[in-house]
Design a protein around this ligand. Structure first.
Ligand code: CA
Length: 516
């Protein structure tokens, strides 16, 4: 008899009240906030990690990449060495970032496409932009969103998806789904890096023939300068910029700028893939040149935005964050999958935050989780009292500000989450999802447990001692150190219970994980 999957697979539906629309007093004295997050950029791809003041704070060698802007920015910023993307995949991360909730609550357990109606940003969720907007901010979104279920709502071709392949991945986000963003220049997901397109606030489509990060930097600069009345000018602003590179494809000059590629084109591959767990003979290895070229290009475009901010005299009153949705394995760990794994290359993302005079520049090993970003930014902006009660992330603003009057516990673990499609109907529509793996990143260890989808039993595990084995080359069997295993499984059980994870609700692997 086949095992019943129903107790495991979970519907993406979430019942909750409609977002509150009651008028709240506006506050217009807060700082501006810029949140820039290129897609698929790993923490290791920033050169400053090899510099004095940084290299003794991590136990890896940075990639041999040129990031002069980030190297300088890092010395003005709080730099987190261990920020984690808990579900290291585009859409689930974006759901956590926007809502402060884990993927089983944000509405986005899976990457969004038209075959997955169960994975789409909850319309009823109060997002970070909803809170900023209601507090009197102008809110702008530029670039890749990838948080909406595509529907046949192409403004230029009513009744059609915005692309013809099925399932459709790219999406148009209509005004009623923009969660407080009153300036819009965005798309769902689309990977032709030098022919991007965007829909603007009015739904007009723009076809561009330029490397997307460069174009998006231009749009961000125009927004900062308020060149065409992009914002009201007398309100603070919250500006999110979702750049797609260094996301794949990364295989030709169609994907990056030649000036950046010239820095890497003649270097031997084993001088680029320097992590001891990397294989420079993999078919993907040549991509390293293009990947690092894309990182360098993103670094330059970030610098242009910072320069514009400085010219406008807005530095001091603007919080600037540089992060990413997840990392990139890039020939490490013998996998072709750049993301979605618990390896450091996939989960450990950049997180640099600058607020001159308020946040002291330093390195901190805080285990920041994706849902913590929303409440922390709201807390920093003086909107801590408006953080929605239902969210799961924690407000670390006191820690960021060195505010010792508000003590806050430092987390000792970050969850690892992987979901896959569950059952599909006869037309290929995904009806539910399977929470196939869960795990934990602690200060010292990385643990992941994988289910066999058909038996619901443990398929395999990964356990690394990240202190002794920073490149995660020795998978410790769970039986090797029972005391350690027991301790980590207890901690995992507690974390799964705290967030109400599907593994806790369905008591997955009850003989292994001590839920009670
Ligand atoms: Ca992504």
């Amino acid at each position: 008899m086949k095992p019943n999957l129903f107790s495991l697979v979970l519907s993406g539906c979430c019942a909750a009240a409609l977002p509150g629309c009651s008028p709240e007093p506006q506050r217009t004295a807060g700082p501006n906030v810029i949140y820039l997050f290129p897609d698929q950029m790993r923490n290791h791809a920033m050169a400053f990690w090899g510099e004095e003041g940084f290299r003794d704070r991590v136990n890896f060698r940075p990639d041999p990449v040129h990031t002069p802007v980030l190297d300088s920015f890092a010395r003005q910023a709080l730099v987190l060495s261990s920020a984690q993307s808990n579900c290291p995949l585009s859409s689930p991360h974006r759901g956590m970032l926007l809502t402060g909730m884990y993927p089983h609550e944000s509405g986005i357990p899976l990457n969004c496409n038209s075959s997955r109606p169960i994975s789409s940003l909850r319309e009823d969720a109060v997002t970070i932009s909803d809170v900023f907007s209601r507090a009197g901010y102008d809110c702008a979104y530029i670039g890749k969103l990838h948080a909406d279920f595509p529907t046949p709502n192409d403004p230029q071709r009513p009744g059609h998806y915005v692309e013809d392949r099925l399932p459709a991945w790219d999406a148009y986000t209509p005004a009623e789904r923009r969660h407080g963003f009153n300036y819009w220049y965005s798309y769902g997901t689309f990977d032709v890096h030098k022919q991007p397109h965007y829909w603007d606030t009015k739904g007009q489509r723009h076809e561009i023939r330029e490397w997307s990060p460069r174009h998006e930097a231009d749009k961000a600069i125009a927004y900062l300068r308020n060149e065409h009345g992009e914002r009201s000018g007398d309100k603070p602003f919250f500006l999110m910029i979702g750049m797609n590179p260094p996301h794949s494809p990364y295989r030709s000059l169609d994907d990056c700028m030649e000036q950046d590629f010239n820095l890497y084109k003649d270097l031997p591959l084993d001088s680029l893939l320097i992590r001891p767990n990397a294989d420079s003979h993999m078919e993907k290895a040549e991509s390293a040149r293009y990947y690092f070229s894309s990182v360098t290009g993103v670094d330059r475009e970030f610098g242009r935005i910072l320069a514009a901010l400085h010219q406008l005299g807005l530095d001091d009153n603007t919080i600037v964050v540089f992060s990413s949705d997840h990392g990139e394995t890039m020939c490490s760990q013998g996998t072709d999958d750049p993301k979605n794994s618990p390896y450091a290359e996939s989960m450990n993302v950049p997180f640099l935050i600058r607020w001159p005079g308020r946040i002291a520049p330093r390195v901190d090993d805080l285990l920041l989780s994706s849902p913590d970003i929303m409440p922390t930014l709201l807390g920093l902006s003086g909107l801590g009292d408006r953080i929605p009660a239902e969210i799961q992330g924690r407000d670390f603003s006191p820690l960021f500000l060195n505010d010792t009057t508000r003590l806050i516990a430092r987390p000792d673990a970050a969850l690892y989450i992987k979901n896959i499609d569950g059952e599909t109907d006869s037309s290929g529509i995904v009806r539910n999802y399977l929470p196939v793996a869960r795990g934990l990143k602690t200060e010292r260890y990385t643990l992941a447990l994988y289910l066999d989808p058909s038996t619901r039993q443990l398929d395999h595990s990964l356990l690394f001692d990240d202190r002794e084995d920073p490149y995660q080359r020795h998978n410790i069997p769970l039986t090797e150190n029972p005391a350690l295993t027991e301790k980590l499984l207890s901690r995992l059980a507690a974390e799964l219970k705290t967030v109400g994870d599907p593994w806790y609700r369905n008591r997955i692997l009850p003989d292994l994980i001590p839920y009670e």
